[in-house]
Write a protein that binds this ligand. Structure first.
Ligand code: SF4
Ligand code: SF4
Length: 458
């Protein structure tokens, strides 16, 4: 299909000012993981912006396979935005470009993982019932011991790797979602547990109403983290208002160019939360949090939803951002040495750079915190990038895991499901003796040890 050169211009015309904002200074180059790996200007932020401009100006065809390749290889980590003195909003440019490529069918997904992922984004993630059935199957595989057995038995492992070179890594991704501390509780036990959480005297009279955005992958594979988040919030004086009709946030769709699906999901979430206008929306997944905070931008051309989206986005807080602001309660010491790897969508997209570490240091006495060199650099997970671009992803992950090993930490903390799974699989396959946990789970464990919870429920 021949694509008119003007089509990308149409798709990114609202972003043209952002394209022109780049002054080509190159300060973003050393922050870009793909440029550092490949040394190719076209795989740098400045290079990609120039390529986008060339398409808009008619000097380069949208259907040029090299153009798509350079765009595909971008992790969407947005480290270039943090480094950029001109405030270029690269993330929005990337999303618009990918949306143009998808809309005009420039190239269908060309590998099996890309085809499966595209199908899942369109036919699975937007449908909560279907999605939760697939998550239940994944939990069964994770918890039944079948996958551990397959990895343990060498002939079976070899067979898996013959079928797909990514099979062992993909299996490790799923296994890394197993809880390190407290398992997910059934609905009734968690409710009883929340009713019995000991709240500090000083917070009794100032309960703050909040709603938790539970997410799709978070609720499917990390319910133990969602449970821990709720307990920690209640222990810090929050009053939880449940919001039932919430759906997937649409972040993976926006990053993959499926902007129309992302917009539909955003509208559903805004409607789901509209009866709770007074409460803050607390989220523990960095990628979803960044998306929720950008609903205003995503729906800016939607006359009906634009003001609602801005209002909704203004109420969204990452859980560490919230606890940092209200003042976190002190728990008990934990024995393990810990380190922290910042999710790109917390550090670069939301610019929450130190709240997770500060909250932990304030709450956990004598915390043995080991700083991680390059903690703000992408781990290579980048949503579904680890499956769609395994080679580049693996190079970036290898660097990261070597740095994790150098810390000597027992626990590697992060705050995003994609990073959690990618780092967990990296530790497992690259020989790091380190378990991956969410920041809030460490806080929850400290509170459990401090006796704030009814231990029988756990
Ligand atoms: S988003 Fe990340 S990978 Fe993409 S250009 Fe920016 S720094 Fe490079
Ligand atoms: S730092 Fe900003 S202005 Fe400078 S080249 Fe990169 S994107 Fe352009």
């Amino acid at each position: 299909m021949t694509v008119q050169l003007t089509q990308l211009k149409t798709a990114v015309e609202t972003e043209s000012e952002k394209l022109l904002g780049c002054i080509h200074c190159g300060l973003c180059l050393q922050a870009c993981p793909t440029y550092l790996q490949l040394g190719n200007e076209n795989d740098s932020p400045r290079g990609r912006i120039l390529l986008m401009r060339s398409v808009v100006e008619g000097k380069l065809e949208l259907e040029n396979p090299k153009f798509e390749r350079h765009i595909d290889l971008c992790l969407g980590c947005r480290a270039c935005e943090t480094a950029c003195p001109a405030g270029v909003e690269y993330g929005h440019l990337l999303e618009s470009t990918r949306a143009a490529l998808v809309r005009h069918n420039v190239k269908e997904p060309d590998t099996l993982p890309k085809k499966v992922l595209r199908k899942a984004l369109r036919e699975l993630f937007p449908f909560p019932k279907k999605f939760s059935r697939v998550m239940a199957l994944n939990r069964f595989l994770r918890d039944s011991g079948l996958l551990q057995f397959a990895l343990w038995l060498k002939p079976l492992r070899n067979l898996m790797n013959k079928v797909s070179p990514q099979a062992e890594f993909a299996t490790s991704l799923l296994l890394s979602t197993r809880p390190v501390f407290t398992k997910a509780l059934g609905r009734r036990r968690q409710r009883k547990m929340l009713e019995s959480v000991a709240v500090e005297d000083k917070t009794l009279n100032e309960k703050r109403e909040v709603s938790v955005f539970t997410g799709c992958v978070m609720e499917g594979l990390f319910k133990h983290t969602n449970d821990a988040t709720a307990r920690v919030l209640v222990a810090n004086g929050a009053f939880l208002v449940p919001v039932k009709a919430q759906v997937c946030c649409g972040a993976l769709h926006a990053h993959a160019g499926e902007l129309e699906i992302a917009k539909d999901l955003a509208r559903k979430n805004i409607e789901a939360f509209e009866n709770h206008y007074k409460s803050l929306v607390i989220i523990n997944s960095a990628g979803c949090g960044a998306m929720l905070k950008e609903y205003g931008e995503l729906l800016k051309d939607d006359e009906k939803y634009a003001p609602l989206a801005h209002e909704f986005s203004s109420r969204v807080r990452d859980v560490s951002e919230y606890l940092h602001k209200v003042g976190v309660r002190e728990g008990a010491p934990i024995e393990q040495k810990v380190t922290y790897d910042a999710p790109c969508h917390l550090y670069h997209a939301q610019r929450i750079t130190s709240a997770p570490q500060e909250v932990l240091k304030a709450a956990i006495p004598n915390l043995d915190f080991k700083p991680l060199d390059g903690m703000q650099d992408c781990c290579g997970g980048a949503g579904i990038y680890n499956l769609s671009e395994p080679e580049m992803s693996d190079k970036i992950l290898t660097d990261k895991i070597n740095k994790v090993k150098a810390t000597g930490a027992d626990l590697l903390m992060t705050a995003n499901p994609g990073c959690h799974m990618h780092l967990g699989a990296g530790c497992r396959t690259k020989g790091a003796d380190c378990k991956v946990v969410h920041v809030v789970e460490v806080l929850d464990e400290s509170y459990r040890k401090a006796g704030y919870y009814n231990q029988e429920s756990l």
